[in-house]
Structures are given as structure tokens and as C-alpha cells.
Ligand binder design. Sequence first.
Ligand SMILES: [Zn+2]
Length: 118
Amino acid sequence: MKKCPVCGELNGDNVSKCFSCFFDFTKEEKIVEQIGKENLATIFDKNDRYVYDAVSLSASKSGAIDTNELVKTLNNKAAEGWRLVSSFGNEADYSPASTSSANQKVLIFEKCVYRYKR
Ligand SMILES: [Zn+2]
């Protein structure tokens, strides 16, 4: 078993990601290297811990997004404990000569996986 440094959950030895907060164990070495083992413990023990996820919704040619799909996405994420923290549009160029097809709304979600008790 190995303990997740972010949420403290115990995971199997051969998993690459924490099943609880999706912390990537393959990146752990790099994080430890960057901030140092003693600092790592301090940071993880004295702070709230968050994980993030991003969802992109495709907009129609006019730039409108499907409100039903948006509400469904928000409520599905909310049911899993995620909170919307930011969103932005990745707008297409609508000029007649444009061949751009990228037109999305990106939603950024946050989940607190550990609350430091002060
Ligand atoms: Zn974890």
C-alpha cells in the first residue's frame, strides 16, 4: 500500500493515480524533488488540498451553447463534490473566410479533498 501525499488515502502499490483525488503518483517524484521532502510534509499537512478538472462544451456555429447540456454538466459535477470556479470561451473566428471550427466553452471545476483543521 502507498499513501497519497495529497489526500492521505491508501492506494494499491501498482496504481498510477490515487483513486480518491486522482493524484498522479508518477509525478510525485518530481514534486518532491522541486519542493523538498520536509517542505512537502509541511505544505500537505498545513493546507487545504484541492484537485481540478476541466470540461469543454462545444458551441453551435452561432456561438450559442446548449443550456440543458450546460446545466446537466454542472449538476453532474456538483453531485460528485465539484464546484465551478471559472469558465471561458474559446471563440471561433466567424468571418466568412475563416476555416476555424474550434468554438468551445471551458468549465474549470475545483474539489476540496482535504480540509486542514486550524
Ligand atoms: Zn489522493
